[in-house]
Unconditional design. Structure first.
Length: 278
């Protein structure tokens, strides 16, 4: 399901067009507020350096409107994102009408747009449970940028590991406008914290999902960050998660939930031929 937001637009999208920022209802029956894909409490990424050459901003076209999501460059012709960013119910996003901005500096002037060639959604993606929320996009042209390696089956982050999430999404709950510049927020893996992640009940699938945040809830992903990267901080950057869903933004009780990349490595390699980092 998608939440319609007005007043935000890419330079490549008509002015004042409604922008669809992905959201889900995976736990709507359990919580009063429908979960939103959601950077809260973050910092502006220094774009004077090549800090995030692997970050991509997706401009996705559906029959119902256009969508904005994050993605990661994992190879010169491949982007990794969330399945719900490119699939609206049974409808797949338009390949010819969609594109991506690579290593964008600002939302209003994101730079050159790369066209899509093909979209691959995980065959077992389930919008109701949000399991296997992963998709691959093959670009029509080669992207001249540095990709980010993705975690293999044995490289999932340990409990409490320092992580960082990136995106142009909303900076606070209820604030629907996207950020002007790319932001990031430091979080940590909280998968073993029953008091936090356990509140999601059976909706949170520990094996295929990753729960991350901070005890105060002041650092988090937010609406519009869907599909964006969750990376390690120490040493070489490693892609370990994909922004997927959650309940509220910046909530101490409900950390953000991410697709666990290490559990999707087999699918990614099968489609792209790119090996995961072991």
């Amino acid at each position: 399901m998608k939440a319609k937001v007005f007043g935000a637009s890419l330079a490549a999208i008509a002015m004042a067009a409604s922008v669809l920022l992905p959201a889900t209802q995976a736990t709507a029956a359990r919580h009063a507020d429908a979960p939103t894909t959601r950077v809260v409490g973050g910092n502006v990424v220094d774009q004077t350096t090549t800090a995030t050459p692997w970050f991509a901003l997706l401009d996705v076209k559906f029959r119902s409107g256009r969508g904005v999501c994050g993605a990661s460059v994992i190879d010169s012709e491949w982007l990794l994102t969330a399945a719900h960013c490119v699939k609206d119910g049974r409808a797949l996003a338009s390949v010819s009408g969609s594109g991506a901005f690579i290593n964008p500096t600002t939302f209003d002037a994101p730079g050159e747009r790369v066209k899509f060639s093909r979209i691959y959604v995980h065959p077992k993606f389930n919008i109701r449970t949000m399991r296997n929320d992963v998709a691959l996009i093959k670009t029509a042209t080669v992207m001249d940028t540095e990709p980010i390696p993705f975690a293999g089956p044995t490289r999932s982050p340990k409990k409490g590991a320092a992580l960082e999430v990136f995106g142009f999404g909303s900076k606070s709950r209820g604030h629907q406008a996207v950020a002007d510049v790319l932001n990031s927020a430091r979080v940590s893996d909280r998968a073993g914290t029953k008091s936090a992640c356990g509140r999601y009940g059976s909706s949170y699938h520990r094996v295929s999902m990753l729960c991350a945040g901070v005890p105060s809830g002041r650092s988090d992903a937010c609406q519009g960050d869907s599909g964006g990267p969750l990376t390690t901080v120490a040493g070489r950057r490693l892609l370990v998660g994909i922004v997927s869903w959650g309940d509220r933004c910046g909530s101490a009780k409900y950390p953000g939930v991410y697709t666990r990349v290490s559990k999707q490595a087999k699918f990614i390699t099968h489609v792209t031929g790119i090996p995961a980092l072991r």
